[in-house]
Design a protein around this ligand. Structure first.
Ligand code: FES
Ligand code: FES
Length: 225
């Protein structure tokens, strides 16, 4: 015979009795109680003060102007430009390097300003979309974007134009891309070449054909950057 068959089976009475015993034990231990509220009129306990984030001085050279700032060292270049200097042409699309809306030129090279800290750019020459035109005279890329209708809502446009300016400089210097066929010849600005080099700039309105046409058109003229 199985040993378990000989064990006494719990009866309704034994179950009830064990329940009463458990309740008695818990009653003896007493319920868990919350800390009593402070007495009426007592001063509330002060919260621990957050340590203040130290500020760092940095002078940004933006569009040819010195902009001295005191910033939280975690401030991105994009936020410094937009929130502290008031240059809101550079846009915040994703804030983590995926859309290109924040593209600016630093020492002539295009970068995503949301991915770099302002304090890292002491002494660098920063150029934003606001600094491309010369007075009322549009930069060739700006004029080409207008001519070719290279935008719809326009949110990506400052980043597209700054990126195109940097890209034309790279192509002119002979930097190859992954679609460059002949590494020994000058870079030909084919549509495939432009699309590849501009692939970091997303346009939610899908104005891509017109953007490519604008860059191709301006390619020969945009020599200022
Ligand atoms: S906001 Fe910088 S890449 Fe999107
Ligand atoms: S024009 Fe609207 S996102 Fe590019």
């Amino acid at each position: 015979m199985d040993k378990s068959d000989s064990a006494p089976r719990p009866t309704r009475r034994s179950v009830l009795e064990s329940g009463v015993a458990a309740a008695a034990v818990l009653g003896f231990a007493g319920p868990l109680r919350a800390a009593p509220p402070p007495a009426q009129g007592a001063a509330p306990q002060a919260l621990a003060a957050e340590p203040a984030t130290p500020r760092m001085p940095v002078t940004l050279q933006v569009n040819g102007q010195a902009r001295p700032l005191e910033v939280d060292p975690r401030t991105t270049l994009l936020d410094a430009l937009r929130e502290r200097i008031g240059l809101t042409g550079s846009k915040k699309g994703c804030d983590h390097g995926q859309c290109g809306a924040c593209t600016v030129l630093v020492n002539g090279r295009r970068i995503n300003s949301c991915l770099t800290l302002a304090v890292m750019h002491e002494g660098d020459e920063i150029q934003t979309i606001e600094g491309l035109a010369e007075g009322d005279h549009l930069h060739p890329l700006q004029a080409a974007f207008v001519k070719h209708d290279g935008f719809q809502c326009g949110y990506c446009t400052p980043g597209q134009i700054c990126s195109a300016a940097g890209m034309l400089t790279e192509a002119k210097a002979g930097w190859p891309s992954t679609v460059t066929q002949d590494l020994t010849a000058a870079v030909a600005l084919t549509d495939a070449e432009i699309r590849e080099r501009m692939s970091g700039n997303i346009c939610r309105c899908s104005a891509y054909p017109n953007i490519v046409a604008a860059i191709r058109d301006a390619g020969g003229a945009a020599t200022r950057l």
